[in-house]
Write a protein that binds this ligand. Structure first.
Ligand SMILES: Cc1cc2nc3c(=O)[nH]c(=O)nc-3n(C[C@H](O)[C@H](O)[C@H](O)COP(=O)(O)OP(=O)(O)OC[C@H]3O[C@@H](n4cnc5c(N)ncnc54)[C@H](O)[C@@H]3O)c2cc1C
Length: 496
């Protein structure tokens, strides 16, 4: 008689949970998922309103080959239709009509910048060469691997070529100053620092590798029809393999027996039992709020560094807006002052910096004919610092007014559909700690062996996947996280 396969219960149907579920299902485990929201996807979600379809959160990604690797691992033909962003994005600084087109084609990029920076191409090539070396010297050695403990991580770090060491100590901004004089160029190349949860003035220069990933290596992509097609594709494959997802169910507690974790308990007191558990809920916050670990009390979680919170505005607008591309950054002209304040101030910035995504530009089916769908993302201090969001509507009005002027279109008077999500809604919908949008930040003290591990410290049958465990945040990185945790489970627990 065949032996019974081990069961795996995954908590959370975000990209991390869904991709782990599929990897484990194809390996032969009996997998099920529970999710607090009414839909799958977590932050990789979609909003439909008044005939418009919006990407709710992620709107593009790098390292598309991680999705290829994922589907290959699962033995499935990749069902996703990638669309490469070209230009990657467009940047406008307040007070100027000029729009910088950031092209992956470096000849075209040079044409954009050469009037600002003499010898730009030579400087760019030198900057990107060193960025590429950091990327390739750490990708497999450091990023794509599991660590048993801090010591093992530190020992592994010593195998990275020493020439990169100074870049762990100096900031990304200092690094950029070594190569470029133009303020605009330094600001534009340093924007990636904000994704990691710090300003370019305190992000280590090693993260210039992200400039290499965007400009040289793989560029940026999105998905035909909207980013939610990723979630749908995963759910379809899980469905074929009989993996059930139970919605509107939130894990609030647990029970242990003498040997380990016995079961989790949901908001109604129902027990959920399996042989192995994988939490896709925030790896730091879950340890504190659900498991009650002393190292992760609210006081201690508050002392960690978290990425900025999203304030998002979804607008259905009548008319076609020529002054906007698919991906646009609208920046102020007080960058240092903004960077110094944005992580830790309790008030809304007077001159917000924001990103605008118009996916109807390449996916006309996402808006009614003759209309555009605008998704505006304004990074904000998290709820530790800005607790009061009673100013959300007026802040949104300011941004819409500003955007209208800068793209020369009367957006305000052509709005057909409008919805806001403040950090409070983001926190409550997906259990994002204090509304932090991308989870734990990525300073040197919060990565690798210093990030909450994907293996629980106390329970041998509890694992973690997603943005706040290893390797870190962002869609392709979370897909890597699902591989790391699957390999760890396969290594530590037999299939039957
Ligand atoms: C506004 C915004 C824009 C972004 N833009 C980009 C982008 O353009 N490109 C990019 O690469 N990345 C982007 N990101 C980051 C990206 O969305 C995340 O890194 C990634 O989606 C995280 O996936 P995850 O599976 O770790 O977590 P999540 O998507 O948060 O999934 C976790 C799931 O677990 C559920 N859950 C939590 N706690 C419990 C519980 N106790 N019981 C049951 N269920 C629970 C949640 O409801 C959620 O569905 C963006 C994020 C935000 C917020």
């Amino acid at each position: 008689m065949p032996q019974k396969k081990k069961s795996v219960l995954i908590i959370g149907a975000g990209l991390g949970g869904l991709s782990t579920a599929l990897r484990m299902a194809v390996k032969g485990y009996e997998v099920s998922i529970i999710e607090k929201d009414s839909k799958p996807g977590g932050r990789l979600n979609e909003l439909k309103q008044d005939g418009f379809t919006f990407d709710m959160g992620p709107s593009f990604f790098s390292m598309s080959y991680e999705f290829d690797e994922f589907f290959k691992y699962c033995g499935i033909e990749n069902p996703l239709e990638y669309q490469q962003l070209d230009p990657l994005y467009v940047v406008n600084f307040a007070g100027s009509q000029r729009k910088f087109h950031i092209y992956k084609d470096l000849d075209k990029l040079t044409q954009e910048f050469e009037d600002l920076e003499s010898g730009f191409r030579k400087k760019l090539d030198a900057y990107l060469k060193s960025a590429g070396e950091i990327f390739h010297d750490t990708e497999y050695k450091i990023v794509k691997r599991n660590y048993k403990n801090k010591l093992q991580y530190m020992a592994t770090m010593t195998t990275v070529p020493w020439k990169h060491a100074p870049r762990m100590l100096r900031s990304m901004w200092t690094e950029l100053e070594k190569y470029f004089d133009s303020h605009e160029i330094k600001v534009i190349f340093s924007l990636v620092g904000f994704f990691l949860g710090a300003t370019p003035f305190d992000t280590p220069a090693v993260y210039k590798l992200l400039n290499y990933t965007e400009l040289v290596h793989d560029g940026y992509w999105n998905i035909k029809g909207g980013m939610y097609r990723i979630t749908e594709a995963l759910v379809k494959e899980l469905d074929k393999r009989g993996v059930k997802i139970v919605y509107n169910t939130e894990i609030k507690g647990f029970q242990e027996n003498g040997t380990g974790l016995k079961n989790f308990v949901d908001q109604h007191g129902k027990n959920w039992q399996a042989d192995i558990y994988v939490s896709n809920s925030d790896a730091a916050a879950f340890r504190g709020t659900v498991l009650g670990r002393k190292k992760y009390t609210e006081e201690k979680l508050d002392q960690l560094d978290w990425t900025l919170s999203p304030f998002t505005i979804y607008l259905g607008v009548k008319g076609k807006i020529d002054g906007l591309h698919h991906h646009n950054y609208f920046l102020g002209n007080n960058f240092k002052e903004y960077a110094d304040k944005i992580f830790k101030t309790s008030v809304s910035p007077e001159k917000p910096y924001y990103y605008v995504n118009v996916n109807s530009k390449s996916n006309p089916e996402c808006a009614p004919e003759g209309c555009e769908n605008l998704f505006i993302l304004c990074p904000m201090p998290d709820l530790r610092f800005k607790k009061d969001w009673s100013d959300a509507e007026s802040l949104a009005d300011n941004i819409i007014e500003d955007l209208g002027k800068r793209c020369e279109y009367d957006i305000k008077n052509n709005i057909i559909s409008r919805k806001l999500m403040t950090p409070i809604e983001w926190r409550d919908k997906f259990n994002l700690y204090k509304g932090s949008g991308l989870g734990l930040a990525h300073g040197m003290n919060q990565v690798g062996g210093f990030r909450p591990s994907n293996k629980d410290e106390e329970f041998d049958n509890l694992y973690y996947v997603g943005a706040s465990t290893v390797p870190g945040t962002g869609l392709p990185i979370v897909v890597i996280s699902s591989k790391l945790v699957t390999e760890r489970v396969l290594h530590e627990h037999s299939l039957v």
